[in-house]
Design a protein around this ligand. Structure first.
Ligand code: BGC
Length: 746
């Protein structure tokens, strides 16, 4: 080689080396350096999700930038467990996940510690299957029982919902993987879910629809938040700076990333500017739009860097960044046990006339209802989980030692076997909500009443993402269900035998018109893959139910204030785009009067918020309340006064003094659940409520305010069953916030 050539090569090698040395690889402590080393194209790429195949069945990915040591990260659905494909090409290995109890059942436990235990196990599956973020919890409020995704959500009450979500987040994130609390915000219906404009006043927003997110952000510290598809007061939530930046980050201190729900909106630039860091699932057009806007200056360098910095801060926390060597072999057996225990601790006993339950266990049982076989473990849509098996009540009751009427059991098995796949409750199809209950003749029921000791009728309902439920034949019983219940009730009661209903449902159903026909009602909701075993154990008395309702069961659908503004009857063909009430827009005209906030003073209900029976009884001591400079601390002693072990939930409500804003008669402020108390055993529960938690939102002042005066502090077994009351004095205080959420169009 000529000397001059050698010198040129040496220079090139030196240049390359120094270039490589100047290309930092991402570390936790060099985020600014990496940010500075990124090209504009790389920055924009990081803000838009991309394709991937690392974990088949995962919902989305973030893009890899190998040059800078930025790995791809994986996002997959929850909330009842991880949703990935159970089978993969080229291997016999399976990738099933545990189907835990759905969120509504978890909320019925009123036990955040239990929820944290459940999600600690769930998060281990997220980690061991190579996923970085679980797209959960879903936490929109149960504004109306017909919302098709209510089973993915917790409650009509923001405090219960927020506490459950915070516990959920803590459990998952303990595993070093992330959560995405969703759908932020006011995503309370599925009809026209991509476009619907939720028109909500600021008080209802702050006190209800944002309150639960506020609690989850402050107490759970989720890595990510998912903005919703819908609009809020005229703007898409993903394009609402006031919501995503002013409220979420500046007021609540959120420091993670915001990602969109799974679709492309027209104004990607506005989404990015508003503080929506990541566009999912991510399309080239979004990259093009952001890039053009950065180049034209419409998106400033600061705005771009702010979002990219958030992304880098997220990425350094992920297992893929840590190069975690996931096993693809979580301990599904251990997690099944967690799922079963969680269902046991959460199932609600709604009725138990004459101590109809528990059964002895040696009875011969006529088990009715197609859902005794086609048991509803989880709802459909993205909230579905690919479990290896979902136990049904036939097998669970048999395992618990009951003798089933075998002819009847076989009849339902045959009906199930001849259903088409989409007819089956647990298929992920969402078009067929629930199948016809196969009719059973009066003569057959008469015979069965003579042959069996007790009738158990499983009433099932399924729903999920993409459609809301309807009133006839869904919220209400179908004609066949009603007729069967009447005939069963008549014949079994004539023979001196008991009738039990198991409500295996994904959302509230009407109960007032038929509950008198039966002796007992057990409500397991959709209890996950092991829930049927928990139901059998409760029927048998092996487990004493301790769940309580996280929402109100109204007498009639139309009693619910939001029923006047919910699209339970609608016609997509009517009206021009943007004009269709409850489809294009929904007026949250009921304001804060949602659930028990309305019913407690205004209307009779079938079962009140917070209600649930036990096989034992509890007494409440005289409570103690001690005011401090930041609110009060209350304590009360609960004693098991019955004959079997049990747990009790104590719900603390506060009634504010008159004057100031109009307020609900009482509002839930804190709650606590005892440990398993033996007969005669007591436990003192101590609960804290801060002054801020007692404030109401004054729209005029854009401030949280507590009125000065004497507050009644009520200790209830439900909102309607207050066992003892005391008082506490509070001074006036206020906390000003930003008026940035817009106003509902009148
Ligand atoms: C749902 C989200 C889900 C996402 C990814 C969307 O359609 O609304 O809840 O996380 O899909 O599957």
């Amino acid at each position: 080689m000529k000397k001059s050539n050698f010198i040129v090569l040496l220079c090139l090698a030196c240049c390359f080396n120094s270039f490589a040395q100047n290309t930092p690889l991402l570390r936790e402590d060099n985020i600014e350096e990496v940010l500075n080393a990124m090209t504009i194209e790389e920055k924009v790429n990081l803000l838009v999700g991309g394709p991937g195949s690392l974990v088949p069945g995962a919902a989305g990915y973030t893009r890899e930038i190998a040059r800078l040591g930025i790995p791809m990260t994986v996002l997959a659905d929850g909330p009842a467990g991880l949703r990935i494909q159970p089978k993969r090409e080229g291997t016999d290995q399976t990738f099933y996940c545990t189907g835990f109890p759905t969120s509504t059942l978890l909320a019925s436990s009123w036990d955040p510690e239990l929820v944290e235990t459940v999600t600690t196990a769930m998060g281990n599956e997220v980690l061991e299957y190579g996923v970085d973020v679980l797209l959960a919890p879903g936490m929109n409020l149960h504004r109306n029982p017909l919302c098709g995704r209510n089973f993915e959500y917790y409650s009509e009450d923001p405090l219960l919902s927020g506490k459950m979500a915070a516990a959920y987040v803590r459990g998952i994130q303990k595993n070093g993987v992330g959560t995405s609390i969703k759908h932020f915000a006011a995503n309370n219906q599925e009809i026209n879910r991509l476009e619907n404009d939720a028109r909500v006043g600021n008080r209802a927003l702050r006190e209800l629809y944002l309150k639960n997110f506020e609690i989850a952000v402050k107490e759970g510290k989720p890595w990510t938040v998912m903005s919703s598809y819908n609009k809020l007061n005229g703007e898409y939530t993903q394009q609402k700076y006031g919501l995503l930046t002013t409220v979420l980050r500046d007021e609540w201190g959120f420091d993670g990333i915001v990602m969109t729900d799974w679709g492309v909106k027209d104004n990607t630039v506005k989404s990015a500017k508003s503080g929506n860091d990541l566009m999912e699932w991510g399309k080239q057009v979004e990259i093009d739009r952001i890039l053009a806007a950065v180049n034209s200056g419409e998106i400033s360098q600061e705005e771009l860097d702010r979002n990219v910095r958030n992304m880098l801060n997220y990425i350094v926390k992920t297992p893929h960044f840590r190069k975690y060597n996931y096993s693809n072999k979580p301990d599904l057996k251990a997690h099944a046990a967690v799922a079963r225990k969680a269902a046991e601790e959460s199932i609600i006993l709604l009725k138990n006339e004459g101590d109809a339950l528990p059964l002895q266990g040696n009875e011969k049982v006529a088990l009715y209802g197609i859902c005794s076989v086609d048991f509803v473990g989880i709802g459909t849509g993205s909230g579905w989980v690919n479990t290896e098996h979902i136990a049904n009540l036939q097998e669970a009751m048999t395992e618990a030692g009951f003798t089933l009427d075998e002819n009847l059991a076989e009849y339902y098995r045959l009906c199930y076997a001849t259903q088409s796949t989409t007819d089956k409750m647990n298929g992920s199809a969402i078009d067929k909500r629930h199948r016809q209950e196969p009719a059973i003749s009066v003569q057959a029921i008469e015979r069965q009443a003579a042959d069996n000791d007790v009738a158990v009728f499983v009433v099932g309902r399924i729903a999920g993402e993409g459609a809301d439920r309807v009133v006839p034949d869904d919220f209400e019983l179908t004609a066949i269900e009603r007729e069967m219940l009447q005939t069963i009730s008549l014949n079994y009661h004539k023979a001196g035998k008991r009738v039990v209903v198991v409500l295996n449902i994904v959302g509230v159903v009407e109960t007032a018109s038929w509950k008198h026909l039966v002796d007992a009602i057990v409500l397991p909701w959709a209890p996950g893959q092991e829930g049927a075993y928990a139901v059998a154990d409760i029927l048998k008395g092996k487990v004493n139910p301790s769940g309580k309702l996280p929402m109100t069961f109204p007498v009639n659908y139309m009693d619910i204030p939001s029923s006047r503004n919910f699209p339970y009857t609608w016609d997509m063909t009517k009206g021009r785009k943007g004009d269709r009430k409850n489809v294009d827009y929904t007026d949250y005209a009921e304001d804060i009067w949602v659930g028990y906030r309305y019913f407690q003073t205004n209307h009779e209900v079938s079962y009140p918020f917070g209600y649930g029976l036990s096989y034992t009884t509890f007494s409440y001591s005289k409570p103690k309340v001690k005011a401090n400079k930041d609110g009060f601390t209350a304590s009360i002693t609960v004693t098991n006064t019955g004959k079997v072990k049990g747990r009790e939930v104590v719900e603390l409500y506060v009634a504010a003094p008159a004057g100031g804003l109009e307020k609900p008669a009482r509002e839930l402020k804190v709650f606590a659940k005892t440990k398993l108390l033996a007969p005669g055993e007591s436990e003192t529960l101590t609960m804290k409520v801060s002054a801020y938690e007692q404030a109401s939102f004054n729209e005029e002042h854009s401030a949280w305010e507590t009125a000065a005066g004497t507050y009644e502090v009520l200790f209830g077994a439900s909102v309607a069953d207050i066992r003892c009351t005391t008082t506490c004095k509070l001074k006036a205080q206020s906390w000003k916030v930003h008026d940035v959420l817009g106003n509902p169009e009148k």
